[in-house]
Design a binder for this molecule. Structure first.
Ligand SMILES: NC(=O)c1ccc[n+]([C@@H]2O[C@H](COP(=O)([O-])OP(=O)(O)OC[C@H]3O[C@@H](n4cnc5c(N)ncnc54)[C@H](O)[C@@H]3O)[C@@H](O)[C@H]2O)c1
Ligand SMILES: [Zn+2]
Ligand SMILES: [Zn+2]
Length: 361
């Protein structure tokens, strides 16, 4: 059977998001059909709309979602109809070279649904990060469903499906922040503020939030920043050095992903420190740095895909911390909106008015 549902689609580069009827097939082998409850609006959705990820239009957007499994393919055992799930974009394969060497968080062959969802005229849809959850139903690989506590607020825990997990993981997994470390985070949107919360969770004693928008800095303080720097007004490298005894931070996280913020991160870190790039650059961006500085300053320059998370390990752990009151996921939900308000939500994201707008379906 094919299900006809409403979904939010971008048909061509920079076109407005339109609500379309989409056709979702029943799950085949290895697949699960999910009734979506909530889906957050992530900056990566905007990158898709702008053609900054690839040109495979039309896109079915949305990838930060919770839902309830409504049907599974014949061989699926890990989830069953009725399960509350957070969708993930890292269904690990278990067989690639990363998985075989025991590092599934780097899996090079993650699973998505094999069958395609389409528009009514049969045009195949590309799904944002293999999910496509700005829709009443979506089809994913069963491994993309991480079973979670059904009592937790779906709008809040759904954010672990992308941005909040990416940010927290950039700090605790990729950056390996330790008790007593100093950490600076450049860019305090949903991802950056989550990195701040992650650094605080890991026991960092100095947590510096940097943004060009002063509105973002207040929220960063509420989620664990000990200091804030308005980089529209002062040089962030100088400011971070001043706040860390003149040396720079042990870990600096770039949650913007532009050459200028990367350079700030590079020079605002202490000798032998770590830079983590979690913001996603666009294809036209290049970086120039003196190679002698790359060598001479030592340490490590890392990128963080999805916070180097393992959904089956990290989502339940973080939901448990949320339920214990140690991680304020509710604070990331700035507003709850309907599926026809996604374009407005992009505008608010651009204006710096929200950490996350969450679509309730
Ligand atoms: N690596 C991953 O797995 C992953 C996952 C999700 C999102 N992302 C990426 O992370 C980035 C942030 O996403 P988001 O949803 O938090 O976006 P957002 O738009 O909510 O936040 C971006 C923040 O950066 C600030 N900013 C912009 N330019 C700046 C500058 N020059 N200096 C300092 N601050 C600046 C903005 O004021 C805003 O607060 C995006 O590039 C997104 O695609 C990466
Ligand atoms: Zn793999
Ligand atoms: Zn995302």
């Amino acid at each position: 059977m094919v299900h006809k549902v409403k979904g939010a689609v971008v048909r061509s580069k920079n076109a407005d998001v339109t609500l379309e009827t989409i056709l979702v097939p029943d799950p085949g082998p290895g697949e699960a059909l999910v009734d979506i409850l909530t889906c957050g609006v992530c900056h990566t959705d905007l990158h898709y709309k702008q053609g900054a990820i690839n040109d495979d239009f039309p896109f079915l957007l949305g990838h930060e979602a919770t839902g309830v499994v409504s049907a599974v393919g014949p061989d699926v055992t890990e989830v069953a109809p009725g399960d509350r799930v957070v969708l993930n974009w890292r269904a690990v394969c278990g067989e690639c070279r990363a998985c075989r060497r025991g590092e599934p968080q780097y899996c090079f062959n993650t699973h998505n649904a094999t069958q395609k969802m389409t528009l009514e005229d049969g045009t195949e849809l590309s799904t944002a990060l293999g999910i496509g959850a700005f829709a009443e139903k979506t089809l994913v690989a069963a491994g993309q469903c991480t079973k979670v506590d059904p009592d937790a607020d779906p709008a809040a825990v759904g954010l672990l499906g992308c941005g909040v997990m990416a940010g927290i993981g950039a700090a605790i997994n990729t950056g390996n922040v330790q008790r007593g470390d100093s950490v600076a985070v450049i860019g305090c949107g949903g991802v950056g503020v989550a990195a701040i919360a992650g650094a605080a969770l890991a026991g960092a004693t100095t947590v510096i939030a940097v943004d060009i928008d002063a509105k973002k800095l207040q929220r960063a303080r509420e989620l664990g920043a000990t200091h804030t720097v308005d980089s529209s007004a002062v040089d962030p490298v100088e400011a971070i050095r001043e706040l860390t005894g003149g040396f720079g931070a042990d870990v600096v996280i770039d949650a913007v992903g532009r050459p200028e913020t990367y350079k700030q991160a590079f020079y605002a870190r202490d000798l032998a420190g770590t830079v983590v790039l979690v913001g996603v650059p666009s294809p036209d961006m290049t970086l120039e740095l003196p190679l002698l500085d790359v060598f001479g300053r030592g340490g490590s320059l890392k990128s963080s895909w999805y916070g180097d998370c393992l959904p089956s390990r990290d989502f339940p752990m973080l939901i448990s911390l949320y339920r214990q009151g140690k991680l304020d996921l509710d604070a990331f939900v700035t507003e709850r909106i309907t599926i026809d308000q996604i374009e407005e939500a992009f505008g608010k994201m651009h204006a710096g008015a929200v950490l996350r707008s969450v679509v309730e379906l």
